[in-house]
Structure formats: C-alpha cells, structure tokens
Ligand binder design. Sequence first.
Ligand code: UTP
Length: 288
Amino acid sequence: MIKKAVIPAAGLGTRVLPATKSTPKEMLPIVDKPAIQYIVEEAAASGITDILIIISRGKTTVEDHFDRSPELEERLLSGGKTKVYDEITAISNLANITYVRQHTPLGLGHAVLCAKSFIGSEPFAVLYGDDVIIGKNPVCKQLMDAYDKYGLASVGIKEVSPEDIVKYSSMQVERIKDNHYKITDMIEKPSPDKIMSLFSILGRCVLPPEIFGILETLPPGAGGEIQLTDAMKKLAVRDGMTGVDFIGKRYDMGSKLGILQAIVEVGLDHNEIGREFRDYLKQIAVGL
Ligand code: UTP
C-alpha cells in the first residue's frame, strides 16, 4: 500500500510575478481555498497518510495553513460559527504533514531528492504543488491503482497542443488498454524534431524508491535544472512505465491563464456563490 506522498512547492513561480514575490503560487486561492489544499485533499482522498511538502524561504505560510490556529478557532466558536470552525480544524487533520527546505531551487528532480530520507524504501506519490486536478476519482488514486496493477512507475499524462509540448515533456507511448499506456522513453522540453508524441506528464506520478539513486547521479538537464523527467526516462527505458491518461480537469496554478480558468470553473460549481457568479458571467459575456 502506498502511504507517502511528496509535494514539491519550492519553485520561484516566476511566471506569475509579481503575485508570487511574497506569496507562494501554491497558496494562491481558487475562490476560497489555496491551491495546495486541493492537492493535500486529493492525496488524503487517495489513502495517503504521510505527506512531505518541499518548501523554501518565504513559504512559511504553507506551514501555517496546515497548522492549528487557536485564536481564530476560539473566535469562530464564541461567535457560533461552527460550520466554518469545523472546516478550519479539518485542514490540520487531513494527513501527517512535515516539511523540508530545498535551499536552492535546482529543479523538480532536486526537490524530489530532498524527500529521500522521508520516503526510505517504499514507493511513493508525487503531486506537483502548482497542479490542481479536480475530478470525482482522485488522480493520485488512479495512478496508485495503475502502480499496483502493473508493478511499474506510473505517471499522469495528457495530450497537449503542438505549441505546448516543447515547454513540457514528451512521451514515447503505446496503448495498453483504455486510458493506460506503456511508456518506453521520454524527453523534457523537446525541440520540435525530438517530439515523441503529444502526450506529456502533467502533475502526478507514483515512483519506486530507486528513483533517488538515479537522481543522485543526474547532471543538470533542460534549463540547467535537475529534471525529474530525466530520471524517469532512465526508469522508462530500463523497465517501462505506465502512463495514465487521467480522468480529471487540470489547472496550472503556475500560469496566469491556468489561475483564471481554475477560479472561473470552480466558482461556477461553488455551492455558495455559483449561481450568482453564473448570472454575472452571462451578463458580462453579452458585451464580449
Ligand atoms: P515549475 O517548474 O512549474 O516551478 O515546477 P517554478 O520553477 O516555480 O516555475 P516558474 O519559475 O514559474 O517557471 C513544478 C513544481 O515543482 C516545484 C514548484 O514549486 C512547482 O510546484 N519546484 C520546482 C520545486 O519545488 N523546486 C524547484 O527547484 C523547482
């Protein structure tokens, strides 16, 4: 049973400056909840009990968010706001959450390597801290099931546009059945002549602990960063890997458009303000 997850959240978030100058992008709200809470909730709903969040300088608000807040709780209780009190206290009970600092943002692969001693010798899930995925069946669970089924590392994949694939990773895929694919090779940020397919890894993976040995000896890749894709490529070429074309809607909270899409779609579904927001959108859409 996979019980541990890592959430890398130590990146600089340069695509969303100036908002991310002093606020971590993982803490940007989607209506009334910070992005990283959706991700922790997804992990918990998948059966993950222990989470390590990789943070960096200036990201202590992430720690505060998942901690208790006695003063606030007392005020809510004495004001009779029991519903929101329950919501607030539930946040700190989602999972056992611990933190480690990545001192220098050397890349996603390096961030995952910071989790080595926390993980030990078990398979584990990685949920990218700026990728919120909303759906009925948590995507992390979809990947954990694929890991159990095939006994191989599994990654969440989706087809992206030819314009986007050069900014992401590209997979060599062969369909196994339904939304499951065998991955035998991959490349990070391919030049147009190196594109293997339009399938890219987006936001989630379940990895065996052998990934740490690979990451430790990995030279910097695209953009001078230690790339997780380069380490996963070694696993894919050696053993094969499972790609799950996951069911769920992904929002890239590291991009301006992604943030807006998340807010609009979650806002439309929101049980408190959804209807009013829909009316508002209809009203302004007339003038577009
Ligand atoms: P990104 O590449 O999207 O993050 O990494 P970034 O470096 O903050 O992006 P820019 O500056 O806008 O281009 C995906 C996830 O990995 C984490 C990020 O916080 C994000 O959640 N990450 C990335 C780290 O934890 N450490 C790193 O060194 C790089």
